[in-house]
Design a protein around this ligand. Structure first.
Ligand code: PGA
Length: 258
């Protein structure tokens, strides 16, 4: 379960690397370094087949395993599906839900809302990804994000709200060369909390863990945390290179926000 006053850095490996051996090599370096961090939780999110490979008998307290997705089906006759129960049994603690790359492959708001509930019911922490495709002067992108949050959390009870993490990931910044500005991240951080607060109350909104994702690297990570006032980062490409990812973790851990 997520705690306040900690930074959360997720490494979303997407459909990488190509072998178990490479997965183990990346995870071992990150895991060994995690122990040295004072205020940062590290969550490695490998593809399903490598979940077992990134574990070890002794895990540092601040090193966790996340999944990039979960099935919305609870029917055992679901070919190709991976259930929340299976993930839990493998030691997974966090699950990314509604990443834009899954939405692009056809995941609907309804499916995302079902997944949010399944994840929460199984005592896993969902990381709900939201973000606009583009910006417009009349502010339609704000409605777009509000609708994504309202719809994804429509079936969530107030008592489960404390277990949710939301990642702001503007689609045009994912896999790009630069993140969006820190002002934009800060503004969206406030907006997301406001929408969440309207659903679950101000107290829940203040405690909500908000992440930013999209072209984060070691050089921009600390300023995104301080300037965007986010609680953590969802990192794609840079999480596959253990040297860069470890440097990024160091930078985040050294910031003075907490
Ligand atoms: P990126 O991906 O860091 O490679 O831009 C971020 C994400 O998709 O979560």
């Amino acid at each position: 379960m997520a705690m306040q006053n900690r930074f959360y850095v997720f490494g979303n490996w997407k459909m990488n690397p190509v072998s178990q051996e490479q997965a183990k090599a990346i995870a071992t370096k990150v895991r060994n370094f995690s122990d040295k961090l004072e205020k940062t939780e590290v969550i490695v999110c490998p593809p399903f087949p490598f979940i077992a490979s990134v574990k070890s008998r002794e895990l540092p307290k601040n090193y966790h395993i996340g999944a990039q997705s979960v099935s919305s089906s609870v029917v055992p006759s679901s070919t190709g599906a991976v259930s929340a129960l299976m993930l839990k049994d493998m030691g997974v603690e966090y699950v990314i839900v509604g990443h834009s790359e899954e939405r692009t492959r056809g995941e609907t708001d309804d499916v995302i809302s079902t997944k949010m509930n399944i994840v929460l019911e199984n005592d896993l922490t969902p990381v709900l990804c939201v973000g606009e495709k583009e910006r417009d002067e009349s502010g339609h992108y704000l409605d777009f994000i509000k609708n994504q949050i309202n719809s994804a959390l429509s079936k969530v009870s107030k008592s489960s709200a404390k277990d949710i993490i939301i990642a702001y990931e503007p689609i045009y910044a994912i896999g790009a060369s630069l993140p969006v500005s820190n002002e934009q991240i800060h503004e969206m951080n406030i907006f997301i909390r406001k929408v969440f607060g309207d659903m679950f109350g101000v107290q829940s909104a203040m405690k909500l863990i908000v992440l930013y994702g999209g072209s984060v690297n070691a050089s921009n990570s600390a300023e995104i945390i301080t300037g965007g006032k986010v609680d953590g980062l969802l990192v794609g490409r840079e999480s596959l290179d253990p040297i860069n990812f470890i440097e990024l973790l160091k930078q985040v851990d050294a910031t003075n926000r907490i």
